[in-house]
Write a new protein. Structure first.
Length: 294
């Protein structure tokens, strides 16, 4: 991007962001992609048609496009802005463990059969994982940092996700990323990983934490009541398979089993209800409304 155009963008940002925030942005470290992304963030809310057209023109000129997990590094910068002020706020952390996901390559492609047994080990479906990730990441809870999502694959490996990224909405794009992850062990193969296989085990994830298995075989409890009473940093385990029950190796780690409905629920519905309960407890929805009004 031409230097003069960059300066114009910076001046426009000043009209949308407070001087205090603008001063904290390391201007020399901003790439063109970062600058455009920051401009998009600044325009969240009311925007007139002229500025909207200008943004679209710049996005086309710089070749920007929605790439799901591949958002630019500006989110890392934004997350650091005002971090000192947030440290004193009340925080509630909760881990959602998506257990026994079905990520497996077959002839170089992601295996997508409804239910598969590999040496008598049941594995889940990748599309269930995809929708569950969408239901978790596209929420105020994830943006506020009160929830961490960890994936446990059927083969025991743990997958870590950069929390500042968003899963791609299109399943074809998601499938491509998972195939790359299974081949390379990380996405992308070089640079800061957006997705990676961790050396941790599931035992490492739950060690010292209170673990709740969300299952129709558990004691019935309202999800809001559940989230209110459990300790901070608890692990809530949600199965990524279409039917059946957790394997013995996973269920043996539960401190308790809880059902949040009288009827069996899809994993995506369980995720949505737990995330909403977390937002309710932490006041995320109330704070978001107040912020929009301001």
């Amino acid at each position: 991007m031409h230097e003069k155009v960059r300066e114009i963008f910076i001046e426009l940002l000043k009209s949308k962001l407070s001087d205090e925030i603008v001063q904290k942005i390391p201007r020399e470290e901003l790439s063109d992609e970062d600058l455009v992304t920051l401009w998009r963030v600044a325009l969240i809310g009311a925007i007139d048609a002229v500025l909207g057209m200008l943004l679209i023109m710049v996005l086309k000129e710089t070749g920007q496009a929605e790439v799901g997990f591949g958002m630019g590094g500006i989110e890392d910068i934004i997350s650091k802005i005002g971090k000192e002020e947030k440290e004193d706020e009340e925080r509630f952390f909760m881990i959602l463990l998506f257990a026994e996901a079905g990520l497996k390559l077959h002839k170089g492609r992601l295996l997508e059969r409804d239910r598969v047994r590999v040496r008598d080990v049941k594995i889940g479906r990748p599309d269930i994982l995809h929708v569950s990730l969408l239901n978790a990441f596209q929420t105020p809870a994830m943006r506020s940092g009160i929830i961490e999502v960890v994936i446990h694959n059927y083969d025991g490996r743990i997958i870590r996700i950069d929390p500042s990224r968003r899963p791609p909405k299109r399943y074809e794009r998601f499938r491509g990323l998972m195939e790359q992850l299974l081949r390379e062990g990380r996405v992308p193969p070089r640079g800061k990983p957006l997705l990676r296989f961790s050396e941790e085990s599931i035992e490492d994830i739950v060690k010292g934490k209170y673990v709740i298995g969300l299952t129709s075989r558990g004691k019935l409890e309202d999800p809001i009541d559940l989230v209110k009473r459990i300790p901070d940093d608890s692990v809530l385990v949600i199965g990524m398979f279409p039917r059946g029950y957790f394997s013995e190796s996973v269920s043996s780690m539960f401190n308790e089993r809880v059902a949040i409905s009288r009827y069996p629920l899809h994993a995506r519905t369980v995720v949505a209800r737990i995330v909403y309960a977390a937002e309710k407890k932490h006041g995320i929805l109330r704070n978001a409304r107040r912020g929009l009004k301001g």
